[in-house]
Design a protein around this ligand. Sequence first.
Ligand code: BJW
Ligand code: ZN
Length: 248
Amino acid sequence: MQAVLTRSAISDELRSRFACAKNVVVLTGAGVSAESGVPTFRGGGQTAVWKGMPFDVISSAGTLERDLPAVWEWFNYRRGVLRTLRPNPAHEAIARWQDRFESFTLVTQNVDGLHAGAGSRNVIELHGSVWRARCLTCNARTSLRDSDHQEGVPSCFECGSSMRPDVVLFGEMLPPGAFERAAMEAESCELCFVVGTSAVVYPAASIPEIARAAGAYVVEVNPEPTPLSNICDEVLVGKAGEILPLIG
Ligand code: BJW
Ligand code: ZN
């Protein structure tokens, strides 16, 4: 096992790699939105629960099949909360980074749309978005950005069937091509940041593993250790909104 540098100050090594890198990949998770007020899924005492159901039950393919209205109620509630929240300094730092490197890829597990809200372009949303609905029959998608008071189960504008939130629930496949694109960028990046994720959900958590195996310098930003900490070259212990702006 390699030595991991664990600290809360940015090393000279990272500063120089950040200054010289041409190809950078960032993987984010719920922790990047925590300072905006979005509850994380695991740990921290804020674990998402809906009407007594843990999130991995309500956000599962099984519940979607059994009780689509309950799943809509949960996502309608979450969109209502998200409408009141704003991107934080971590989202803003990452959005600035996109113009600093020849190639920059932001891969997120988040469904909250806050990266785009901060100005990030071409975000790879591995787990979809709460701001879209998808038809269960014909896969047509529709934006939910303008529907302030959407209630119940929406119907498809193309074929009239029921729609579902366009998010990836446990046990479901990721959007076609999304992981493949992220993995391809990870294979060729020199610097990879893994920010605010507990790194237990796959295949997302394999992105930094792929980058490391291909020789990238991997940096974790998280107040807590994760199963990936041991493969990282540097672990920055602390909040993303405080640490990322110090990097650049
Ligand atoms: C801060 C902070 C601050 C706090 N600053 N940091 C291999 C082995 C075993 C199982 C599998 C496997 N491959 C696939 C699977 C199955 C499954 C899986 O991974 N299960 C594991 C949990 C065991 N994966 C899937 O089902 C995926 N599909 C798939 O693989 O399809 C093929 C397949 C199908 C069937 C069988 C096998 C293969 C799909 C996964 C979809 C995940 N969906 C969710 C819900 C989305 C909808 C919703 O929002 O409700 O996505 S689950 C939930 O977890 C959500 C998140 O995107 C995801 C990851 O969570 P994340 O982002 O890491 O957040 P937290 O809360 O866990 O962590 C927050 C972190 O932030 C913590 O570390 C804090 O310390 C930190 N933090 N404040 C920085 N200020
Ligand atoms: Zn349809």
